[in-house]
Design a protein around this ligand. Structure first.
Ligand SMILES: Nc1ncnc2c1ncn2[C@@H]1O[C@H](COP(=O)(O)OP(=O)(O)O)[C@@H](O)[C@H]1O
Ligand SMILES: [Mg+2]
Length: 208
């Protein structure tokens, strides 16, 4: 089983969007996939409840109280973390994960929070010893803006490259409301935005 943890202490940076998309992408590829929702707000589990029966099947587990064993036969586990996490919980989730995906929005406040979170992550042994990778994803990016250049410079300064960039698009709110993801849609617009995910999916495959 491969486990991907999606986390950042910043709220609204795209954790649930990325967790639901990764889970849907794996389900679509035919891997038995489980989405573990650590957030008491149950955004991922709510999305799963809205998910139409026609979409690639996905199971959900509630990890808001404790981190249970995923069901037998699970091949891909995607963990959607809340913004508020205790140091102990971060440590435990990182221990269970093979890789950490860290979404970050461009902007000074988000950068500060991300810097703090990255520092905490880097104090953990598997990350400090490069046993587990951290994939930074720039979310809600607008091409060639000052903000996106700033984000590159900022992350570069912290020793991290941006692995993938997801554009800002209404398509994310629309798919979320329908229990879907870009990986469940046909059509040109979805296909075009789906391309934004290639680099992240490849990076995860190569680093777990
Ligand atoms: N790339 C994007 N473009 C447009 N809206 C986005 C994008 N990513 C996330 N959103 C929207 O931003 C809001 C917060 O995203 P969410 O994934 O719930 O963040 P988190 O789980 O980190 O709190 C949601 O309304 C979501 O639809
Ligand atoms: Mg969330």
């Amino acid at each position: 089983m491969r486990a991907v943890l999606v986390a950042n202490i910043k709220g609204g940076c795209g954790k649930t969007t990325i967790a639901t998309h990764l889970a849907a992408a794996y389900a679509r590829s035919g891997h038995p996939t489980v989405l573990a929702d650590v957030d008491r707000q149950r955004s991922s589990l709510g999305w799963l409840e809205r998910r139409p029966a026609s979409a690639a099947p996905l199971a959900g587990i509630d990890w808001s109280r404790e981190f249970d064993e995923p069901p037998r036969g699970t091949r891909r586990l995607v963990i959607d973390a809340p913004a508020a996490l205790k140091a102990k919980q971060i440590e435990e989730l990182v221990r269970m994960a093979d890789i950490v995906v860290l979404p970050v929005l461009p902007g000074a406040f988000d950068e500060q929070a991300t810097q703090r979170f990255l520092k905490k992550l880097e104090e953990l042994k598997p990350i400090a010893r490069n046993k587990k990778a951290v994939a930074v994803v720039g979310n809600r990016m607008k091409a060639r803006t000052k903000a996106s250049e700033r984000l590159d410079a900022f992350l570069g300064g912290l020793g991290h490259a941006v692995v993938a960039r997801l554009r800002d698009s209404q398509i994310y709110a629309d798919t979320a409301a329908a229990g879907l993801s870009l990986f469940d849609l046909t059509g040109k617009r979805a296909a075009e935005h789906r391309g934004d995910w290639d680099a992240l999916l490849t990076y995860i495959d190569e680093n777990v």
